[in-house]
Design a protein around this ligand. Sequence first.
Ligand SMILES: [Zn+2]
Length: 110
Amino acid sequence: MRVNKDDQVLVISGSSRGKRSRVVKVDRAGGLVTVEGVNVVHKHVRRSRRNPQGGRLTMEMPIAVSNVQVICPLCTQPTRVGVRYGEDSAKFRVCKKCGADIAQISPAKK
Ligand SMILES: [Zn+2]
C-alpha cells in the first residue's frame, strides 16, 4: 500500500468521488485510509458528564485504499505510485506519470 499519512489524494469512488483531500490516518492491516472531509458521519450522543450538551458529533470514517489515488505533488495529477531504489538501496516512492520522487520510504543502508 503506497499511500501515507498527509498525502494528497483523489477520491475515485463513492459520494465524495472527485474530491481532493488529505489523508489523516492509514490502517495498513485493514487496507483503509481516513481522508479529511470524506465519509463523514454524524454520531448522535446522549448527554453525559463528558458531553453535557449531547447532540451530533461529526467524524470521518475510513474508506478502502482502492478508492483513492495519490496526487503527485509535482505534476498535481492523480497517479499510480511506483518504487525506486536509489544509492545504497534507499527507497523512494515515485509518480508513474512524471517520474518524480514523491517521498523517501526508507533511508540508505550502509
Ligand atoms: Zn507526477
